[in-house]
Ligand binder design. Structure first.
Ligand SMILES: Cc1cc2nc3c(=O)[nH]c(=O)nc-3n(C[C@H](O)[C@H](O)[C@H](O)COP(=O)(O)OP(=O)(O)OC[C@H]3O[C@@H](n4cnc5c(N)ncnc54)[C@H](O)[C@@H]3O)c2cc1C
Length: 470
């Protein structure tokens, strides 16, 4: 339903005029979409300051049958926070308090609008670690991280957002507040409702606060970039590293030669860490909080053994924080570097770790055959089997013409992923971008269960309609 003046007045009454944005230029940041794939619109942006205010906003909109799009830091990569002209955006940015931190219980209770980096900092100040970490951590919010079940660079060791949440507070589509802010390691009292809201991308309700797990803060970290001749060697290295370190591997990220070259071309200060070129690189990090563990020693043992067995062909160990940052900059600059190479067709996919070499090899062969000249740049979280199989346009090609092949290329890559029992969305979610793709591949029974859940929890279809399931 369109938004009438009396509804606008009521929303202003609830949150205050300064927290209701309708001016076009002030609205622009909320309508921006990270990948430029969608043009957002909205009837209004509402920025409540408390859960009680937010609950009143939702109840008011529910009574008027106005749909709501929850928005966190707006860094999502699937168009999940994009609204249309009849919908209101509820932005969580003002709800950004750390409500409690309990280092003895290794938990922190935060409001949904807390920026991820601020949660990490608050944990660190208590000598704890909140391990969720991703490129957008300076602007994404914990509510958005939970709503998308974000992954990032530490999943191998600590799990994804789903594994890091003990309790939630949620405003339901009718405006009621569910207070599930329990900080228990064990709680088998019926269904784990919090897990319904994690990864639901705001389609069941709005997360307003969460109890998150903390961990001891690592006191020792060792970082290296290893050069490997084959992808099989990369997965063998991962296997050895996990066994030899007592599972202290925090990060295991894949970088292809073409990706390093793109970074060297476009990102200031990036140079080749090696004397000679190699086809593949792995950024590997061990960390521990054990004072006597000597991570560095087990790291060196791993690299020596791997050299001896010809699993790696070269390695650079970071000897300082600056060197560590330089190695990380290569990994973190990959998406930015790719932007400078023109259009890129993206696939955020997962297959079992043991099948990653086969997936990348077959995927690259298929692209070469069906899209001659297109340049695969497969990189990312090899430790989780999550590869960003992004394909840059042929040099000098017309960008729009190249991007018009998005759906065809997706089909080719996703068919291969599904033949390996993989996932067409490993960590970014479904949003608007992959609704049809998920419909195409999901088991009908699974899809039916998802739709039943949606109907049960949001019968009027007012929470982020059109996202995830249609
Ligand atoms: C440079 C860069 C690097 C990235 N790296 C990674 C990565 O390594 N791993 C990864 O997983 N993702 C990554 N992302 C994607 C993105 O940062 C994550 O999806 C992040 O979790 C989104 O958080 P957000 O606060 O920006 O959410 P938004 O973009 O605002 O919203 C995302 C979805 O969550 C819903 N939502 C937001 N807040 C709430 C709430 N409080 N309650 C209910 N629903 C809500 C929205 O409606 C939308 O559907 C990256 C993005 C960028 C730009």
């Amino acid at each position: 339903m369109p938004l009438d003046q009396s509804l606008r007045d009521r929303l202003i009454e609830i949150v205050g005029a300064a927290a209701c944005i309708s001016d076009e230029s002030a609205m622009a940041p909320y309508l921006h979409e990270e990948r430029g794939l969608y043009r957002g619109k909205a009837a209004l942006v509402v920025r409540p300051g408390t859960t009680a205010e937010l609950a009143q906003v939702v109840a008011t909109c529910a009574a008027a049958k106005v749909a709501i799009v929850p928005q966190g830091g707006n860094t999502g990569l699937c168009g999940g926070a994009v609204a249309d002209e009849n919908e209101i955006i509820v932005s969580l940015g003002r709800m950004n308090k750390v409500r409690a931190i309990d280092p003895m219980n290794f938990t922190i209770t935060v409001e949904a609008g807390c920026i991820l980096a601020d949660v990490q900092r608050a944990a660190s100040e208590q000598n704890c670690l909140f391990p969720l970490s991703l490129g957008a951590e300076g602007s994404c919010q914990i509510g958005g991280n939970l709503a998308t079940n974000a992954g990032g660079i530490n999943v191998l060791r600590y799990g994804n957002a789903r594994d890091l949440v003990l309790g939630l507070e949620v405003v339901l589509p009718d405006g009621r507040i569910w207070n599930g802010l329990r900080s228990l390691g064990k709680d088998n009292t019926g269904y784990a409702l919090r897990q319904l809201y994690v990864g639901a991308e705001g389609t069941f309700g709005i997360i307003t606060a969460a109890v998150l797990k903390l961990f001891p803060r690592p006191t020792e970290t060792a970082t290296a970039m290893c050069a490997v001749a084959t992808l099989e060697n990369a997965t063998t290295l991962l296997n050895r590293a996990r066994a030899l370190s007592g599972d202290a591997v925090t990060t295991f990220e894949l970088i292809p030669r073409i990706g390093l070259e793109m970074c060297m071309r476009h990102i200031a200060g990036v140079t080749d860490p090696f004397q000679a070129p190699h086809p593949w690189y792995v950024l590997i990090e061990f960390s521990t909080s054990r004072p006597d563990a000597s991570v560095r020693l087990s790291f060196e043992t791993l690299l020596e053994t791997a050299f001896g067995e010809e699993i790696i062909t070269d390695a650079v160990i970071a000897e300082s924080l600056e060197q560590r940052n330089n190695l990380w900059r290569i990994r973190e600059s990959m998406p930015e570097a790719q932007k400078h190479e023109g259009g890129s067709i993206k696939h955020d996919v997962a297959v079992p770790v043991s099948l990653v070499p086969q997936f990348i090899t077959q995927g690259m062969q298929a692209i070469a055959k069906h899209f001659p000249g297109a340049r695969p740049v497969p990189f990312g979280h090899l430790g989780d089997g999550n590869i960003h199989f992004n394909i840059s346009q042929p040099p000098g090609a017309d960008k729009a013409a190249y991007l018009s092949q998005w759906a065809d290329m997706n089909r080719l890559v996703h068919d291969l992923v599904m033949s390996m029992n993989g996932s067409i969305s490993a960590e970014h979610g479904i949003g608007l971008l992959k609704v049809d793709e998920m419909k195409h591949y999901k088991d009908p029974v699974e899809l039916d269960l998802m739709r039943r859940l949606k109907r049960a929890l949001d019968p009027e279809n007012l929470m982020n309609p059109g996202k995830v399931v249609d």
